[in-house]
Design a protein around this ligand. Structure first.
Ligand code: ZN
Length: 314
């Protein structure tokens, strides 16, 4: 169990405490609850979904990594089927502040990577910043997404982001969380010819599980504006692999880079960002920009020494 869960459990009413402890103690607990599990928890604690999400917020915030701000934010994303996904903010010492992950982005990306296809709501312990409101506006649930904050009535994203600019203004049909498969394949046969290749280590085997997971993730990435699809897969010292996808935003700056996406999954799975042994970035050839410099800089700050890059072709 996460070291911070024990004291948090002690603050709950006995019925909810016992039922939640059983879930959190599961060896495979990874920061999410299926609809069935969430339903059982709600019944045990006599809580409706809204109240249950608020009760879970401190547990989501326990995943926050905030060596710079020491300001921990937790979020719980609710899928339309009732599944719940935790999220928490993440900061990285030694990397530019722009690499920071917000709790709302974490919960949404977490749900997306675990296969959620549409969200109906998000519960968060502080009012969402402008960056996150814009990030949420990229979702296929759109302005109907319900945001629940402490001591306020639940309100739609349209309430928190009036007169919004988003994908529909740019005639984009494919929205964040829509099912996609870009059918990319890996370009193999030696190092790439671009500038970044100077820093590449030996090319990975196509059969390498790390590369295969990255390819799978890239085929589900969201980059309808630039078409610069990308993904990152990370392998920790215990052999586990975590793959994340690029989530582009109509306003560009709130886009979530593929490394951050993978780091969110790693963190929510209880793994340690300082224990990444190998990493690979895969990205489309001839894209208008590359994720390489930022990916390499942040991974280096986290102590990862083996970082690969491989190109994709349509
Ligand atoms: Zn934010």
């Amino acid at each position: 169990m996460h070291p911070q869960f024990e004291p948090l459990l002690a603050t709950l009413a006995p019925d909810l405490q016992g039922a939640l402890a059983r879930e959190l103690n599961r060896a495979d607990f990874s920061g999410m609850l299926s609809a069935t599990q969430a339903d059982a928890l709600g019944q045990a604690g006599g809580l409706d979904e809204d109240a249950l999400c608020f009760a879970l917020l401190p547990f989501a915030a326990a995943y926050a990594l905030t060596p710079i701000s020491h300001f921990n934010v937790g979020a719980v994303a609710r899928e339309i089927d009732g599944s719940l996904y935790f999220g928490a903010n993440m900061e990285f010492l030694g990397a530019p502040l722009q690499q920071t992950v917000h709790a709302e982005q974490s919960a949404i990306n977490h749900a997306w990577l675990r296969g959620a296809r549409r969200l109906r709501g998000l519960t968060v312990n502080y009012t969402p910043c402008g960056h996150c409101r814009q990030f949420m506006n990229e979702l296929n649930s759109g302005a109907d997404l319900v945001i629940s904050l402490p001591e306020r009535s639940p309100s739609s994203l349209a309430h928190y982001l009036p007169d919004a600019f988003g994908p529909r203004d740019l005639a984009i049909q494919s929205l964040l969380m829509d099912a996609v498969d870009h059918h990319f394949s890996l370009i193999t046969g030696g190092p790439t010819t671009d500038e970044a290749s100077a820093t590449l280590t030996d090319a990975l085997s196509v059969k390498d599980g790390l590369l295969q997971q990255a390819l799978l993730a890239a085929n589900q990435s969201h980059a309808p504006y630039s078409q610069a699809h990308s993904a990152v897969a990370l392998q920790t010292v215990d052999g586990r692999i975590f793959a994340g996808r690029y989530a582009e935003n109509a306003a560009f700056n709130p886009s979530l880079p593929p490394l951050q996406s993978a780091l969110i999954l790693l963190n929510m799975s209880g793994a340690d960002c300082r224990q990444i042994q190998r990493a690979v970035l895969v990205e489309r050839e001839n894209a208008p920009f590359s994720q390489w410099d930022a990916t390499q800089a942040t991974l280096t700050a986290l102590g990862c020494r083996e970082i690969h890059r491989q190109l994709l072709t349509a």
